[in-house]
Design a protein around this ligand. Structure first.
Ligand code: HH2
Length: 277
């Protein structure tokens, strides 16, 4: 899942793709690099972020979703990263197929019915508190058990509102109300979320815990993001939400070959003097 942020203030690429043309070009590039899904978002959820109003978010995302879907799009399904039902509805109308709601249907009382009605895929993510406050001393009894119980309750809430269970994906919400140790524990014990019986989405790309471990700024966190994403994949994540699709795809292809050899066909490397190694 390649990230297309149409925002002025996202933590790692804020402002880079605010202009619709730039965001569309970026989405096409991510698809060409091998993204299977493009996740378009018009509101930053970084720690401390203020929300944006619905008109602003609509104006940012709808032209981008329109251009990246349909016959002129690059062919990867689009997900809309929003917690507002009006934005999700407009994005679905424009061609999006997945709703990625970081509040897991808690922010907008219309969201569950919309997703049930449209039959779209739905990502339910764990977050402790709100983006404005979530990093102020987050505490858990046991982070993995608590995240799992939360997601089980949100699945129940979504299905009782009419969302088909097989359309739901779950996400532990790396960085959303978690200390470095909470994030690391979620990597180590990610397999326990498999007991929810739904595909796991995992988004650690360039996030703060990598900076705290390595001391490097967001645009230099590729190495740390690869380590985190590969371990999440090895521990059961099926959808990896990332900024750097090309290098991540290569890392996951190699990881996949090690973990499941029968699934990986060999390719001929271009210009590789070391190919016979
Ligand atoms: N993380 C961010 C946004 N949306 N959605 C899911 N399902 N999982 C995540 O971990 C997740 C998400 C935050 O990252 P980013 O979009 O790069 O930054 P910002 O919120 O500042 O735009």
């Amino acid at each position: 899942m390649g990230i297309v942020n149409v925002t002025p203030d996202s933590f790692s690429d804020g402002g880079e793709f605010l202009d619709a043309e730039q965001a569309i070009a970026h989405g096409r590039e991510l698809a060409a690099d091998g993204a299977d899904i493009l996740d378009v978002g018009g509101e930053s959820t970084r720690p401390g972020a203020e929300g944006v109003d619905v008109e602003t978010e609509l104006a940012r995302v709808v032209p981008v979703v329109e251009a990246l879907t349909g016959s002129s799009g690059p062919g990867a399904p689009v997900s809309i990263d929003t917690s507002k039902a009006a934005v999700a509805a407009a994005a679905l109308d424009a061609g999006a197929e997945i709703v990625n709601d970081v509040t897991a249907l808690r922010a907008d009382s219309e969201m569950a019915a919309l997703c049930a009605d449209r039959g779209c895929r739905l990502v339910l993510m764990h977050m402790l508190g709100t983006p404005r406050t979530m990093q102020e001393d987050p505490r858990y009894e046991d982070v993995v058990d608590d995240v799992k119980a939360f997601l089980a309750e949100r699945i129940e809430s979504a299905t009782s509102a009419g969302v088909a269970e097989e359309r739901i994906w779950v996400d532990p919400g790396i960085g959303f109300g978690k200390t470095v140790e909470h994030n690391l524990e979620l990597h180590r014990r990610l397999g326990e979320l498999g007991e929810l019986g739904r595909p796991i989405v995992f988004g650690s790309s360039r996030k703060g815990f990598i900076g705290k471990l390595t001391g490097v700024p967001p645009d230099k966190r590729l190495g740390g993001s690869i380590a985190s994403t590969v371990i999440a994949y090895a521990n059961g994540a099926e959808v990896l939400r990332v900024h750097d699709v090309g290098p991540m795809r290569e890392a996951l292809t190699v990881a996949d070959a090690i973990l499941t050899p029968e699934r990986t066909p060999l390719r001929s490397p271009t210009a590789d003097p070391g190919a016979s190694w």
